[in-house]
Design a protein around this ligand. Structure first.
Ligand SMILES: Cc1cc2nc3c(=O)[nH]c(=O)nc-3n(C[C@H](O)[C@H](O)[C@H](O)COP(=O)(O)OP(=O)(O)OC[C@H]3O[C@@H](n4cnc5c(N)ncnc54)[C@H](O)[C@@H]3O)c2cc1C
Length: 440
């Protein structure tokens, strides 16, 4: 396999959609990021990078480390042999796709890209010794470590909510068994029943995610349980693509959906999982299905490794994604504090590529590539009704900020053909990003 030079890395990132193709901005930009000599493993041969977490951030980083420099010894540690993506999981709830289509494995990463894939949980990181301990007791040494553990939940923020009750009132915000429970409950709900969904306060994974879920559950009910009600009890006063979602809900679902803002008393304070009763200032509601999406923080491992700050997320150098707490460890994806980039799969995959480029550059003592970065979030309101928000990002004084005038949201009042086209783009986005990370 070929080894990329700095210019080729930037070109590859542009071609692969990790960055916007703004060559004039890329050319000649040199960052202030610290330059380091390659830290080689004990045998003095290949540098070793261990990547923890095989989701959007980790899978992307592992693959592109090998693409940018095939000589690096890359090990990906992920407990699950298959990974169900959260993107597409709302479509699955509606019956628009199946579980198999949104579940991927690590064969391509290991067999084609020669990443060493280990299916284990990481139980500890020792930043001083530069080692990672696996649940089976094995120890891995590293020269650079990349951590992409996703999110964890602040169950304690809502009285009555805990990890012990999520089999009765699933959050379904980490795709897999939780999604299957919610899928079943939606189908078993009595005719004319009430579905309560409670989106969390900011920041949280996938800002449009809860509202796409509302839409997808409504699509299912419209066809199978037309007198059902969906009550959205929100911890916020506004949400991503709000005007577009509300326009679509009114057009497609009439008065099936009621949204209650935080100001109107929507923030849930208490839940009784046994009786499916939810309490907030708006009232006490006896529901048939309860989907509370708890407030969030970085994944457990980030806390165990001391990578988080007082916000509950991981501060990083937003150019290299190297932790500002522990040198030599990079944190990407939802767990990281990445300026204006939303916590999304697209952002995590972009960050994986940026981080891979930064690590390869550091190993080779090259100036850091400084590309622009992108995120697009599509949402389906029905099978034929898609909306999107897109943005381009660049560094502003050490922080990732938006490029003014770039990106935007779908227009309000667009016709059916336009919405259908965006719905097709949403499916195309899913196919191409999952093909990139797991299937090609
Ligand atoms: C309903 C829903 C819809 C969404 N839709 C979209 C969308 O349309 N577009 C979009 O861009 N984003 C979407 N997202 C957001 C997207 O899923 C996340 O932003 C993305 O998964 C973040 O990637 P990550 O790598 O940070 O974390 P994850 O994808 O969660 O990956 C983390 C991985 O780390 C592993 N792990 C955790 N701890 C350890 C450990 N100790 N040892 C080893 N491995 C460990 C986990 O098993 C997991 O596989 C959606 C999210 C939800 C919930």
């Amino acid at each position: 396999m070929k080894q990329f030079n700095r210019r080729e890395i930037i070109k590859a990132m542009v071609a692969l959609g990790a960055v916007a193709p703004v060559y004039s901005v890329l050319t000649g930009c040199v960052s202030n990021a610290p330059k380091e000599k390659a830290q080689l493993n004990k045998a003095g041969s290949q540098p070793r990078v261990v990547v923890i977490g095989g989701g959007f951030g980790g899978a992307s980083c592992a693959k592109y480390l090998k693409r940018f420099d095939s000589h690096i010894d890359v090990t990906l540690v992920e407990p699950k042999e298959t990974y169900m993506t959260c993107p597409g999981s709302n479509w699955y709830l509606a019956g628009l796709t199946d579980a198999k289509t949104i579940t991927h494995n690590y064969k391509s990463l290991s067999e084609k890209h020669k990443v060493n894939v280990i299916h284990q949980m990481v139980s500890a990181i020792d930043p001083a010794a530069k080692t990672v301990t696996l649940a089976n007791g094995d120890l891995l040494g590293y020269d650079r470590l990349v951590v992409s553990p996703g999110i964890d939940f602040k169950y304690e923020a809502i009285e009555g909510l805990s990890a012990d009750v999520i089999d009765k009132i699933p959050h379904a915000y980490q795709a897999g068994p939780q999604t299957d429970i919610l899928y079943k409950q939606i189908r078993e709900m009595k005719q004319g029943g009430t579905f309560v969904i409670a989106p969390p306060g900011n920041p949280f994974r996938c800002p449009p995610g809860p509202y796409e879920r509302v839409s997808m559950v409504a699509a299912y009910f419209k066809a199978n349980n037309p007198t059902a009600k969906i009550l959205v009890l929100d911890a916020k006063d506004k949400f991503s693509k709000q005007g577009l979602f509300k326009e679509g809900w009114a057009e497609l679902y009439g008065d099936m959906i009621e949204w209650v803002s935080a100001t109107d008393g929507g923030a849930v304070k208490k839940v009784d999982a046994a009786t499916k009763t939810v309490t907030c200032d708006y009232g006490t509601i006896k529901a048939d299905v309860v989907n509370i999406i708890p407030p969030q923080k970085a994944g457990k491992l980030a806390f165990a490794a001391g990578l988080t700050n007082e916000t509950g997320w991981c501060p990083v150098n937003q150019e290299t994604f190297e932790s500002t707490i522990h040198r030599g460890i990079h944190v990407i994806g939802d767990a990281s504090i990445a300026g204006k980039m939303p916590k999304s799969g697209h952002s995590a995959a972009s960050q994986g590529k940026m981080c891979a480029a930064a690590i390869v550059s550091q190993f080779h003592n090259w100036a850091m590539p400084r590309p622009k970065n992108v995120n697009t979030c599509y949402s389906l309101i029905s099978a034929d009704y898609g909306i999107s928000v897109a943005a381009v990002y660049e560094m502003h004084d050490g922080t990732i900020g938006g490029v003014s005038g770039a990106g935007g949201v779908s227009p309000m009042g667009a016709d059916a053909a336009f919405r259908k086209m965006e719905a097709n783009y949403a499916r195309g986005w899913y196919k191409s990003i999952t093909a990139d990370l797991w299937n090609s």
